[in-house]
Design a protein around this ligand. Sequence first.
Ligand code: C2E
Ligand code: C2E
Ligand code: C2E
Length: 91
Amino acid sequence: NAAAELPPKLMLNLEVLQNLGEDKAAPLLRYVAAIQSQRGDYNGRVLSIRQDDLRTLSVIFDLQPSVLVDLLIEWGVLDPDARRAVNFDTD
Ligand code: C2E
Ligand code: C2E
Ligand code: C2E
């Protein structure tokens, strides 16, 4: 069925993100803070971001989207299932 083929949401674990060493995660922390501010969404434990935002972040980090997703999974910021979001979307 079609729903099973939808890409998973890119849901960032904010708790893990806040506790990462600041230098490596600083651009992502600023980006997330900007989205939270635009939405007025400050109290969540997670934050869903747009597919487009992953593309923007991949430019900021100078990494391919799939490589950035692997890094965020390694940090524990994204669920391993998020890998499907880029496989679905890239190329
Ligand atoms: P906008 O893009 O014009 O969206 C206006 C409103 O439409 C949003 O208000 C939200 O209520 C709804 N909306 C738009 N796209 C989605 C979506 O994919 N899912 C859901 N659930 N709702 C959606 P909101 O949340 O107060 O955001 C205000 C503005 O802040 C947005 O205006 C946009 O310019 C910016 N923004 C918010 N979140 C994001 C984000 O995750 N990424 C980016 N790039 N911009 C965001
Ligand atoms: P879901 O998308 O799987 O999200 C599960 C829960 O994660 C949400 O429960 C919420 O507590 C948290 N969460 C996910 N993304 C964000 C985020 O960007 N900010 C914050 N503060 N929390 C987030 P909740 O709110 O009870 O929603 C349950 C389900 O209802 C969601 O599951 C989703 O399927 C649907 N839903 C809720 N809000 C929206 C929405 O704006 N757009 C759409 N399309 N579905 C929504
Ligand atoms: P979601 O709300 O379940 O939306 C899933 C997808 O439906 C979005 O994927 C987008 O492609 C489309 N969509 C939903 N609402 C709108 C809309 O108002 N305008 C447009 N042009 N498309 C819409 P996307 O963009 O990858 O976003 C993934 C998730 O990130 C959204 O899931 C939502 O949880 C969150 N999100 C994205 N943008 C916003 C926003 O502006 N405000 C809020 N509150 N949440 C957002």
